[in-house]
Design a protein around this ligand. Structure first.
Ligand SMILES: Nc1nc2c(ncn2[C@@H]2O[C@H](COP(=O)(O)OP(=O)(O)OP(=O)(O)O)[C@@H](O)[C@H]2O)c(=O)[nH]1
Length: 348
């Protein structure tokens, strides 16, 4: 069902690149963020806390900005997706008061920078060089807390998007309607419709209809945040059409029903074939990746790959039975590619 790719790059190369980059722009003395050690261990990421006046004009990696009002959930998103923090632990996150930059270099495709902005950032502060920041930006994620009154957030979204667009018309504007775990299904749809309408009306009133905003319903308490981040990252991968074609060829020649190319570390999917993505299949693959990560250390130490693979399949089958409802299993059984006993096929 899924081919899990995306090996971490050799650590030495990364280190070399990072040193070179820092020397070039004179940033060797940037302090590590509070979680830099975790970052290194968990995601191959490196983190730094920057001043507003950070002169990062020569960065070549695509830059993803996380913006939004205070407590909207920006840092939680970053920690859950890229540091495997459990959602409940985010309750104890402190407010961000400086721009935090993180290099994510998990593979040749997942290779970008994330900048987490403090909620109270002031675009009119003369020391805040927003032109420099937006110039090198590939995607701007604006996080709106759907459980809160979002009028102020919408005004802020409008200001942010119009400022950014003036500097760089190539930015992808991504709006995360976040914390939807607290909303009923009807309320989710209504909130999305309302935010979509108001945000686009504001742009139209300013004569900026040509700015395209993409909307996602997200929560750190389920897979929606990983799916949304996957879509954001995919837009920054120039090889995406080629990868999709390869996956199309792969499924048509193998009889496999759905293929994802995953970044194992973050559970972002870099590409998939052109059949529609079914959330339950994606969740199943994410669960599978968790299992692989949980037990790989035990078996890889033994260099016994056959045992490892067998164990993965066994654990996966048990998990399928426990976690998935009978309804989901029945649906999967009926689909092409199911093994005779009804368990979906997984390739390792
Ligand atoms: N229910 C729910 N709570 C969330 C979600 N994401 C984040 N939170 C909570 O929202 C609160 C604020 O999260 P932060 O990540 O600190 O927010 P922030 O936008 O980085 O805040 P600033 O650093 O002040 O700008 C925390 O208590 C999180 O646990 C979510 O998807 N659902």
């Amino acid at each position: 069902m899924s081919q899990v790719l995306g090996k971490p790059q050799p650590q030495n190369e990364d280190d070399d690149d990072e040193e070179e980059e820092d020397e070039l722009v004179g940033l060797a003395d940037y302090g590590d963020g509070p979680d830099s050690s975790d970052a290194d261990l968990d995601s191959g990421a490196e983190e730094g806390v920057l001043d507003f006046s950070d002169p990062f004009s020569s960065e070549v990696k695509p830059r993803i900005l996380l913006m939004g009002l205070r407590r909207s959930g920006k840092s939680s998103i970053q920690k859950v997706v890229f540091h495997k923090m459990s959602p409940n632990e985010t309750l104890f996150l402190e407010s961000t008061n400086k721009i935090c930059r993180e290099d994510v270099s998990n593979s040749s495709f997942v290779n970008f920078q994330i900048w987490d902005f403090p909620g109270q950032i002031d675009f009119f502060d003369p020391t805040f060089d927003y032109e420099m920041i937006f110039r090198g930006t590939g995607a701007l994620i604006f996080v709106i807390d759907s459980q809160d009154d979002y009028m102020e957030a919408l005004a802020r979204l409008h200001l942010t998007v119009t400022r950014a667009y003036k500097v760089n018309t190539d930015i992808n504007f991504e709006v995360f309607i976040h914390k939807v775990d607290g909303l009923s299904d009807d309320h989710k749809i209504e909130t999305q419709r309302d935010i979509h309408q108001r945000a686009n009306d504001d742009l139209a009133d300013a004569g900026l209809e040509k700015i395209h905003l993409s909307f996602y319903l997200t929560s750190i308490y389920d897979h929606s945040i990983f799916e949304a981040f996957s879509k954001v990252v995919q837009k920054l991968i120039p090889q995406l059409p080629t990868l999709e074609n390869l996956l199309n060829i792969f499924i048509s020649n193998s009889g496999i029903e759905k293929a994802f190319l995953f970044d194992v570390v973050s559970k972002i999917y870099i590409a998939t074939d052109s059949t529609p993505v079914d959330m339950q299949t994606y969740e199943l693959c994410c669960d599978m990746i968790d299992v692989v990560i949980d037990i790989s250390c035990i078996y890889l130490i033994d260099y016994n790959f056959h045992c490892f693979r067998k164990a993965i399949h066994e654990v996966f089958e048990v998990r399928m039975k426990v976690v998935k409802s009978r309804k989901v299993q029945n649906r999967l059984q009926k689909k092409k590619g199911a093994t005779p006993n009804g368990t979906p096929r997984v390739l390792l």
